[in-house]
Design a protein around this ligand. Structure first.
Ligand SMILES: [Zn+2]
Length: 303
């Protein structure tokens, strides 16, 4: 007699239609693979005074179609610099797919805890400080009120820090202890070398017990001669950095992001290539599954 019971089917969950990371076996309820850094914006919309205004629209629908084909089932929407602290589109996007999306917002220096909790309730899990191009980047960080940091931690958010190449070693000591930090674009060290000040600064902070995550993303934003060649995946600097970060922090502290649609570097915005670049950066299947699925689930989908 053939029995088909609900309990039998629930004991063997159907594989996810999409978003399943590469795994050998043994994963019963794997979280979907996650793109930890992409942007949405509308053509010709930017905050007053922004240095850049996009000429095209990058929609959530576009991202979902591209990422879905590449096997990505979750995403982290990161507020682009040119929208400032106007998070309306970010929040609207999160509400379109609350199970599959989390966000990283930008807030004012005087943001209060009520607003931070409102953002968290809508799916925001990180606050971005974009210090790119600022001559006084460290001063900006130093000047943030202690209430700002207190509200960040009290609302269960982490800090996503984006800065110029070689600046993290100067900036990181100004981030209070207890704050979880995500560093975009490999943290942009000046050199792929274990003695580079960026690697040492991150190692020191992690050694003090503070979680630091590195997003493997934006290879074309790392500077150096490979940027001009436009060869992807062919960037030895990025691969050397990926290995160094794996050595320094271990597999649980790495994330992957497409950086789609690669603002100001749109020639690189081929989603399948961006995704397959990770296979080239990280050859080991189990490590890649941690980077694609387990680590984002632990950082962005806990509580
Ligand atoms: Zn980006």
């Amino acid at each position: 007699m053939t029995i088909s019971s609900p309990s039998a089917s629930s004991a063997s969950p159907a594989p996810l239609a999409s978003g399943k990371p590469d795994r050998e076996s043994g994963c019963v309820a794997c979280p979907p693979a996650c793109d930890c850094h992409f942007h949405v914006f509308t053509a010709r919309e930017s905050s007053p005074g922004a240095r850049y205004q996009p000429a095209y629209t990058a929609s959530f629908g576009d991202w979902r179609a591209l990422s879905g084909k590449a096997g990505i089932g979750r995403g982290i929407v990161v507020q682009p610099s040119f929208l400032g602290a106007d998070n309306r589109l970010l929040l609207q996007t999160l509400q379109q797919a609350p199970e599959a999306l989390r966000g990283v917002a930008v807030v004012a220096d005087n943001v209060n805890l009520v607003e931070m909790r409102r953002l968290h309730d809508t799916g925001v899990r990180g606050i971005r400080l974009n210090l790119m191009g600022m001559n006084d980047d460290a001063e900006h960080l130093r000047a943030l009120p202690s209430a700002w940091w207190g509200n960040l931690m009290a609302s269960g958010m982490h800090l996503e820090l984006h800065a110029d190449v070689g600046r993290i070693a100067t900036l990181l000591p100004w981030v209070p202890s207890g704050v979880t930090v995500v560093l975009d674009h490999f943290a942009k060290p000046a050199a792929a070398n274990a003695d580079d000040p960026t690697l040492r600064a991150v190692q020191r902070r992690a050694g003090n017990g503070d979680a630091v995550y590195i997003t493997l993303s934006g290879v074309y934003r790392l500077g150096g001669s490979d940027e001009r060649s436009g060869s992807m995946p062919g960037n030895d600097h990025a691969r050397a950095l990926a290995r160094l970060w794996l050595d320094v922090l271990g597999s649980k502290r790495l994330l992957w992001g497409s950086d789609w649609p690669c603002t100001n570097h749109e020639a690189h915005a081929d989603y399948d290539r961006l995704r397959s670049q990770l296979d080239w950066l990280i050859a080991d299947d189990a490590t890649r599954a941690a980077i694609l699925a387990d680590n984002p689930a632990a950082l962005y989908w806990r509580a």
